[in-house]
Design a binder for this molecule. Structure first.
Ligand code: HEC
Ligand code: HEC
Ligand code: HEC
Length: 402
């Protein structure tokens, strides 16, 4: 049965599409859902009143790029593009004039999308109101400011190719793989990158720094990965931005609001099934006992400032105040997300499934680098947690982030 389903999936992926007939309403609806799953609007919408009109500034380690206008405007958008131009952009990262895109556009993931799905997205985008909006040129540093360098980058790091279903796995697992590795481009944030911004080999979904936050491990690492999350936990988090284990903040809150909270239950279930089958990944670091002085000072600060919501034993109130014991994000080797939340505070995202807001105050003004470091070291090592101690230098660095 599984093999047959997977084979069907493969056939539908490779079947030729009928010659340029007007796309059906069904195709357009499907394209809209696919654009949601790919979070196209997360980057291509700068002004909510002008969806997909581009102009949003995307920061990269090499400078900034502006996401272009995807509306059907003929001069500043993609209205004059052929279907083949659109397919070439997503599948090969190549523009109609033959120049190569920067991977701030997640084409290294989108290359896995099937031909029919790419055309459905195109059909949906063609129904949008055309908006005239010319986006600014990239502001990248040498040598990335020379677009021709991307030819070499693609040659070294980019392997184009549609997602190939694993015949030994279920259709659901393969749907999850298609979404996670392709359209959903989860690895763009969750997979570590090398110095040139390409995926590190053999480290898929083992966590990565993104814009001052840390996108935690999604592999089966015991403390800091999704080992302790069930399929239902993952579905609930993606659907509502929170579950009984953690809340989505920062860049993940945006992904939830724009994309995952609007995906179908079946697709979220497929993503969760796929993630729960990821291998354990690289070993977590051995953590020695935390420095006693930091634990003592951290416990005092925690008792003073945090217990009113998170409780003395850290258990909080599930879906209102996230529990800290056993918390994977908190025990990530890199404390960046935890420090962002303690420094700046946090607002719970509201979604259809979880409409009630919640918030945590920030401590950046009140507390010194050392105090923030101590409370972070404490919660990362109290109640059976274990994670490397946080230093005042790490807090100072986090303060300098935008
Ligand atoms: C993480 C941010 C991000 C996401 C998500 C994203 N894009 Fe883009 N996209 C970009 C950037 C940045 C560029 C410009 C790259 C460059 O200048 O080299 C781009 C370029 C493009 C282009 C080329 C347009 C042109 O005028 O040359 C197309 C087409 C495109 N994206 C389609 C999509 C679609 C469809 C989706 C959703 C399935 C999507 N993008 C999701 C950032 C993103
Ligand atoms: C734009 C970057 C970005 C993208 C794209 C992204 N994530 Fe995340 N993700 C993050 C960050 C950052 C966090 C940490 C959130 C926080 O601090 O609360 C996170 C957290 C998570 C968590 C919670 C893990 C934990 O231990 O608390 C899950 C599950 C998750 N992401 C799944 C996904 C999936 C599935 C996708 C693809 C559909 C995805 N993410 C795409 C940045 C991203
Ligand atoms: C007024 C209540 C309140 C206080 C006081 C408070 N928090 Fe929070 N905390 C929250 C809420 C609400 C969230 C969830 C935020 C969200 O949904 O984005 C949260 C989230 C967190 C998280 C992220 C956990 C996760 O998995 O998403 C950490 C870590 C944290 N708090 C630590 C602390 C520390 C340390 C203190 C004291 C210095 C503190 N909090 C004080 C309400 C509070």
């Amino acid at each position: 049965m599984r093999v047959i389903l997977a084979a069907l999936f493969l056939c539908s992926a490779l079947a030729p599409s009928p010659a340029s007939a007007e796309p059906s309403a069904e195709t357009i609806e499907q394209g809209k859902a696919l654009a949601v799953a790919g979070d196209c609007t997360g980057c291509h919408t700068a002004d909510a009143d002008k969806p997909f009109a581009g102009g949003k500034r995307i920061e990269t380690p090499f400078g900034a790029v502006y996401a272009p206008n995807l509306t059907p405007d003929r001069d500043t958008g993609i209205g004059a593009w052929s279907d083949a131009d659109f397919v070439r952009a997503l599948r090969f990262g190549v523009a109609p004039d033959g120049s190569h895109y920067y991977p701030a556009f997640p084409y290294p993931y989108f290359t896995r999308i099937t031909h029919d799905d790419i055309l459905a997205i195109r059909a949906y985008l063609a129904t949008l109101a055309p908006v005239s909006n010319k986006t600014p040129p990239p502001e990248l540093r040498f040598p990335a400011n020379h677009r021709v360098v991307m030819r070499l980058w693609d040659y070294l790091f980019f392997r184009p190719g549609i997602y190939q279903p694993d015949q030994g796995k279920s259709a659901e697992w393969n749907r999850g793989g298609y979404l996670v590795r392709g359209l959903g481009h989860c690895g763009a944030c969750h997979t570590p990158k090398n110095m040139l911004g390409a995926k590190k080999r053999g480290r898929a979904y083992s966590g990565n720094e993104v814009g001052g936050w840390y996108a935690p491990r999604l592999d089966a690492a015991l403390r800091s990965g999704l080992k302790s999350w069930s399929v239902d936990d993952i579905v609930e988090y993606l659907k509502s931005g929170r579950n009984a284990k953690s809340h989505a903040d920062g860049p993940m809150a945006e992904v939830v609001v724009n994309s995952t909270s609007k995906m179908s239950d079946a697709d979220l279930q497929a993503i969760a099934v796929y993630l729960k089958d990821l291998p354990a990944g690289p070993p977590e670091p051995q953590v020695g006992p935390p420095p006693e002085a930091a634990m003592k000072s951290g416990a005092a600060l925690y008792g003073r400032a945090c217990v009113s919501c998170h409780e003395q034993d850290g258990t909080g109130a599930p879906r209102i105040y996230p529990p800290l014991p056993g918390n994977a994000l908190l025990q990530s080797t890199d404390p960046a997300s935890t420090l962002r939340i303690i420094l700046d505070g946090a607002q719970s995202v509201t979604t259809e499934r979880a409409p009630n807001p919640g918030s945590m105050p920030g401590y950046a003004k009140e507390w010194s680098d050392q105090e923030i470091a101590d409370v972070a070291t404490y919660i990362r090592n109290a109640w059976g947690n274990a994670a490397p101690a946080v230093t005042a230098d790490e807090v100072a660095k986090a303060r300098r982030m935008p």
